[in-house]
Design a protein around this ligand. Structure first.
Ligand code: EPU
Length: 354
């Protein structure tokens, strides 16, 4: 018999623990404040043969209306950030449950560059390696040094290096080949003290256009938060357009030949298809543009859900929506984009309990 000292609750509503705000209860629910809590919760789930779902900040999940019939483990390991200086880099080490934006603020206050463009993203530190969070010209894969995990196969705590995580656009081993194997406990980021902010992304360059002096890290952070707010990609109480998972679909990466044919076809219909560079032989297309040109424009409404008024890539819950309504709109978007452009849009969030 496993002896459990942590509090395990039953039938806990999950919708309020997510930014989208849909879905039913967790059969069992626990919060882990320490690594020992994580081990204990996993043992509890195993002793009852329950599936386990690890929840972070709830900013990238869609929970099914029937909820989750196993144990939902909320990672609340929020050890204060420590930092050490090695080989010209300042390494920040933080618990997986620590609030992401609060962490970014600390690195900027310490005059360390590398995460400033990732300001204003909801969720926790431990969620960021999973989909290799990226925005405004930076991805966490550029600065993550190590990820400390509990390996559920061996029940050993291990340290994975950046290379071990096999990061790519919105992906890593945590959401592909090794999905469900590791519980992320702590992440370390190697940052550059005294360096300038990354001002690569067009939105940021426009924000600072006409300035004669170089923006500071703090100014870059503030600019990113302001740009996100305008797109409702910043959680602002009272802004119903921010009740979303952020981008609902990944930006599709298509072979160059396909891109050429599609853009020629659209051009003959008077439409200029925007695109971005990707790996050799591929182009990345803005999913938001595809949605808008498939009829899902900003502000589109269907009952209690719709498309954000400020960004076409966010499906929003306008109050009291169900997961079924969200899924119906997702399916409709995918089939219209397929019909119109021959592109299979891949959703970006995790689906739980479906
Ligand atoms: N666009 C539209 N309509 C819109 C918004 C955008 O047509 O309503 C088109 C425009 O052509 C625009 C292009 O899409 O130039 C790109 O838009 P944006 O700069 O807003 O970026 P995104 O590609 O839609 C990605 C990330 C965001 C991240 C931003 C900024 C993905 C799936 N999304 O969005 O990440 O904040 O870039 O770097 O890669 C998230 O993952 O949840 C997320 C918000």
């Amino acid at each position: 018999m496993v002896s459990i000292s942590m509090l395990i609750r039953e039938q806990v509503h999950l919708a309020p623990l997510t930014t989208l705000g849909v879905g039913g209860p967790a059969r069992y629910f626990a919060e882990a404040y320490t690594e020992e809590d994580v081990v204990e919760a996993v043992e509890f789930a195993r002793s009852r043969d329950l599936p386990l779902f690890v929840l972070g900040g709830g900013s990238n999940v869609v929970i099914a209306d029937r909820g989750f019939s196993g144990l939902v483990l909320k990672i609340a390991i929020g050890n204060p950030t420590r930092s050490v200086t090695t080989q010209g880099r300042v390494v920040f080490i933080t618990g997986a449950g620590y609030d992401w934006d609060r962490f970014v603020a600390q690195t900027v206050e310490a005059d360390c560059a590398g995460l400033e463009c990732l300001s204003g993203i909801p969720g926790t530190v431990g969620g960021t390696p999973i989909q290799n969070v990226g925005a405004y010209g930076q991805e966490v894969s550029e600065t993550i040094q190590q990820v400390r995990v509990l390996d559920l196969q061996s029940m050993q705590i291990r340290t994975l290096s950046n290379v071990d995580c096999r990061f790519a656009y919105r992906s890593s081993i945590f959401n592909t080949s090794e999905r469900g194997r590791y519980v992320i406990l702590q992440v370390s980021f190697a940052l550059r003290q005294g360096s300038k902010p990354t001002l690569r992304y067009a939105d940021l360059q426009q924000f600072f256009a006409g300035r004669s002096s170089e923006p500071t890290l703090t100014e870059a952070r503030d600019a990113v938060r302001e740009i996100r707010r305008r797109k409702a990609m910043l959680i602002v109480p009272g802004d119903e357009d921010s009740h979303s998972v952020g981008s609902f679909f990944k930006n599709p990466i298509v072979p160059h030949d396909f891109f050429e044919q599609l853009s020629a076809r659209l051009l003959s219909a008077g439409l200029q298809l925007p695109s971005y560079p990707a790996t050799d032989g591929f182009r990345k297309l803005p999913a938001a543009w595809l949605l808008e040109h498939a009829g899902f424009t900003k502000g589109y409404s269907k009952g209690r859900i719709g498309i954000s008024r400020k960004h076409a890539l966010a499906i929003v819950n306008r109050g009291g929506a169900t997961a079924a309504e969200i899924i119906a709109l997702k399916d409709e978007v995918q089939s219209r984009v397929m019909e119109r452009f021959g592109i299979a849009l891949e959703p970006e969030p995790l689906f739980v309990g479906f």
